[in-house]
Design a protein around this ligand. Structure first.
Ligand code: SF4
Length: 381
């Protein structure tokens, strides 16, 4: 997930006395005529039977790549029309590991929203907001911290794993340990009923459910304040990096969503293929080939014939990569063109509008939480 930094919603950090619906201004018309198509297997998340309230966030720690597009944004697109969605730029979460370079987080947040908008995430149907613009996340995080046993956080598998992975960084901070608790507050502050997650995030949703149960039983057993959100485990396609490792900007093996034609060509040409297939008519082994993995993702119905051509030596890697380049360009060029039209000010306007909508919901939940805990807001006039 996510990371705060431009002008705040109202230039102050105070809690609004109320955030009323009538205060939400309608932004100038801003539409995203996305026309790219993907195999239908990516659209697996729509709930046809009931509308869920969904919260999901992404950490703005760098340019989004095609792995994010196929693994996350496609699910967002599928979810947004059938559900009540809140999509969060998780900038405070990014601070937990990137606290020494907040300027990078600020810039990445705007770029990320531009990627979202260009990819078809629609602010007319989903609430798109930045975590740091909604101080109720921090308030609920503090309130919930009173009832969170330390052991619950210390036992989170991702905590120890990340400490190991990010070895050399000073991460023995309260914020880093409390990351899953902030995630729980992000979810509960909207009373979200469902959270799309990868399998590695399941323990965090379980922690959120435990916290909801603990809070309800402590303070409001007959009339629970928080629902227990369920996990929507996403069947995200595995998208390899160009060198066959996991796609990551730190490995310099990623294909960014906004990549231009020259960059795309460079990335495809550098893709790892079968090292024993040198000449066109050498018999190939597509199973370890990154170019084949991409072709299979982008055009699944052509995979069997491509595999046969490769194995029989009827196609060479140069021709194969040329076809892949066309497929990739077909996917990314509409997004690239759309992205060119989106200005920083458009992204910021979407975030400002989203923050108002988000606060309208979150402020009510925080008040309800405080009341259940015996805290009351004094009226200041
Ligand atoms: S022919 Fe295509 S699938 Fe076969 S190894 Fe070359 S790039 Fe990969």
């Amino acid at each position: 997930m996510g990371n705060g930094i431009w002008e705040t919603l109202n230039g102050r950090n105070e809690i609004p006395q109320s955030v009323k619906r009538k205060e939400i201004k309608t932004l100038p018309a801003f539409r995203f005529p996305i026309s790219y198509t993907l195999p239908s297997t990516f659209y697996s998340m729509t709930n046809k039977h009931s509308k869920e309230r969904i919260l999901s966030g992404m950490r703005p720690t760098g340019n989004l790549h095609i792995g994010h597009l196929l693994g996350v944004l496609e699910n967002y697109r599928a979810l947004q029309n059938a559900n009540d969605c809140f999509f969060m730029v998780a900038d405070i979460h990014a601070l937990t590991t990137e606290y020494e370079r907040p300027d990078a987080i600020q810039a990445a947040s705007v770029e990320m929203v531009k990627d979202w908008l260009a990819s078809g995430i629609n602010p007319d149907v989903a609430v798109i907001f930045r975590q740091s613009d909604v101080p109720e996340h921090a308030q609920l995080h503090l309130l919930l911290s009173m009832i969170t046993p330390l052991g619950w956080l210390e036992r989170c598998p991702s905590y120890k794993e990340q400490l190991r992975e990010l070895n050399g960084r000073e991460l023995h901070t309260y914020g880093f340990l409390g990351y899953p608790l902030l995630q729980a507050a992000d979810i509960l502050v909207y009373k979200a009923t469902a959270v799309p997650v990868g399998e590695d995030q399941l323990p965090h949703i379980e922690l959120t459910r435990e916290l909801a149960r603990r809070f309800n039983s402590l303070y409001s057993p007959t009339r629970p304040v928080f629902p227990e959100p369920k996990s929507l485990v996403t069947q995200s396609p595995k998208v390899p990096g160009t060198d066959a490792r996991k796609m990551s900007k730190s490995y310099d093996n990623a294909i960014n969503i906004g990549a231009g034609p020259a960059e795309l060509k460079k990335r495809v040409n550098s893709m790892f293929t079968d090292p024993v297939k040198i000449k066109i008519d050498d018999k190939g082994h597509p199973e370890g080939c990154v170019a084949f993995a991409f072709c299979k993702l982008l055009k699944p119905d052509g995979a069997a014939s491509r595999e046969a051509l490769c194995r029989s030596g009827a196609i060479g890697c140069v021709a194969c990569k040329k076809e892949l380049l066309e497929l990739l360009d077909g996917l990314l060029s509409p997004i690239r063109e759309e992205r060119k039209k989106i200005k920083d000010s458009d992204a910021l306007a979407v975030l400002a509008d989203g923050a108002l909508k988000a606060r309208q919901e979150a402020s009510v939940v925080v008040e309800e939480t405080k009341k259940a805990m015996g805290l009351f807001t004094a009226s200041i006039s």
